[in-house]
Design a protein around this ligand. Structure first.
Ligand code: CTP
Length: 420
């Protein structure tokens, strides 16, 4: 019997042809796939293609006399473990978000209790429209999982975010979601690694154990105030998620973040630099790769007050700050044989020069340097622009791309370093 039953929904966009490859990969991963298409999708790919590959009727219209099942949207929706939409247009996202059920796929969405995963693909302006983003936010709140579109050259010859994520990544994320079973039950790392092996040699981090610091730290001034920074945790979580998908065991020490951590990674929370340092020390013995993606405060109030500090008529107040432990340097100094240490450098000027000096000072194997003044790079964005510096003097330029895509590019360099 197949491991999972998947309803693959194909909607009308240029990327519809990529759904064929998604179907093949799912079948190779031992999934039983049934396909439904919107009418516009059939303008891009013939239902016959999916029919030939699945040996099943491809549903486009419930009311089609050819349809062997008169209440297909009910039966189809109840016989699947996952409804996976590839590609998802702005239109289907809008219908799902607003409960519109005027065709087979949107009725199926309303009728299903299965998990739902959506892989959007569209022109950048359409993706970034407040209406689309509102619908995406609504669907996320409703529990729908997204395979975020990536940046790149689009069918309309423009460059930006809106390209369908790589088909292998879509399949890996879909299976990773299915492995989790019922929502409350988190999978073991081993279980995920086992099931994700779809035979493409993509588990290139199997056997590695990543320890990753993520997010910003908060340094208390008194019980109500603190010093912190704008870090969202998006870049570090993207690295964590990508490493887990590629077979690594992943532990994250997360400070303050504005986004949720990915599934399938162990998360330890830490608030201050001191807490983060303690958590890292407790976990480091098992790590084979350390990634310092956190924006750790370099200084903390020397004496945090136990009670709320009062103004007391003062016009000027001086805070005395003391240096926090440099977690990355400590890890690097005490590393065991074979451990790789990767740091980040967020700069505003002489980016490569400062990053290179950080690499030397902290004894790093790789540094991911970014100029946070560039549009589309830095804190709280979904995209980044960076240069990866290697010990051997290499400089790999990473143009504007999604943080998730960048995470894979960073991991590619880690794999390259491992191979020597
Ligand atoms: N880092 C750390 N512990 C600290 C400070 C930084 O682990 N106390 C790590 C970060 O996770 C990141 C790298 O070190 O990987 C950033 O280096 P750092 O020299 O601290 O950068 P800046 O704070 O930007 O330093 P500077 O102000 O000197 O530019």
């Amino acid at each position: 019997m197949a491991k999972y039953r998947i309803g693959l929904g194909v909607t009308g966009g240029i990327a519809a042809y990529k759904a064929v490859e998604v179907l093949r990969l799912l079948q190779k991963a031992d999934c039983d796939v049934s396909v439904a298409m919107t009418r516009h999708a059939t303008e891009f790919v013939q239902p016959l293609t999916f029919r030939a590959l699945t040996d099943k009727h491809v549903i486009v219209d419930d009311y089609d006399p050819e349809n062997p099942d008169p209440i297909a949207h009910i039966n189809f929706s109840q016989e699947i473990d996952l409804l996976l939409i590839v590609p998802a247009t702005a239109n289907i996202i809008g219908k799902f978000a607003n409960g519109v059920a005027d065709d087979f796929l949107s009725s199926t969405y309303l009728a299903t209790t299965a998990k739902v995963m959506v892989a959007p693909a569209m022109n950048t302006t359409m993706w970034e429209q407040p209406a689309t983003q509102r619908n995406v936010t609504q669907l996320k709140a409703d529990g729908v999982h997204f395979v975020e579109p990536v940046a790149g050259e689009l069918a309309c010859k423009t460059v930006g975010t809106g390209k369908l994520e790589d088909v292998e990544n879509i399949v890996k994320q879909a299976i990773s979601l299915l492995v989790q079973g019922p929502k409350s039950k988190a999978p073991s790392q081993e279980q995920v690694v086992e099931t994700l092996d779809i035979g493409h040699g993509t588990l290139d981090l199997k056997g590695e154990h990543f320890l990753i610091t993520v997010g910003g730290t908060r340094e208390a001034i008194d019980p109500v105030r603190f010093i912190s920074n704008h870090s969202s945790g998006k870049m570090g979580f993207a690295v964590a998620e990508a490493a887990a998908v590629r077979g690594a065991k992943v532990t994250v020490v997360a400070g303050v973040t504005t986004v949720d951590p990915p599934a399938n990674v162990k998360v330890i929370r830490a608030v201050s630099a001191e807490d983060m340092h303690a958590a890292v020390k407790a976990e480091i013995a098992n790590a084979t790769v350390f990634v310092g993606a956190a924006a750790v405060a370099d200084y903390a109030p020397a004496n945090a007050a136990d009670a709320k500090i009062k103004k007391d008529g003062r016009d000027v107040m001086t805070l005395e700050l003391k240096k926090t432990p440099d977690i990355l340097s400590e890890v690097s100094k005490n590393r065991h044989d074979g451990m790789l240490v990767v740091g980040f450098a967020a700069e505003t000027n002489d980016v490569v020069g400062y990053a290179r000096s950080k690499m030397e000072k902290k004894g790093l194997d790789l540094v991911v340097a970014n100029d946070i003044t560039k549009a589309g790079a830095g804190f709280n964005t979904d995209t980044n622009i960076a240069t990866i510096l290697t010990r051997s003097g290499g400089e790999i330029e990473l143009p504007l791309m999604s943080k998730r895509e960048m995470a894979d590019r960073i991991l590619d360099e880690i794999v390259r370093l491992r191979k020597g």
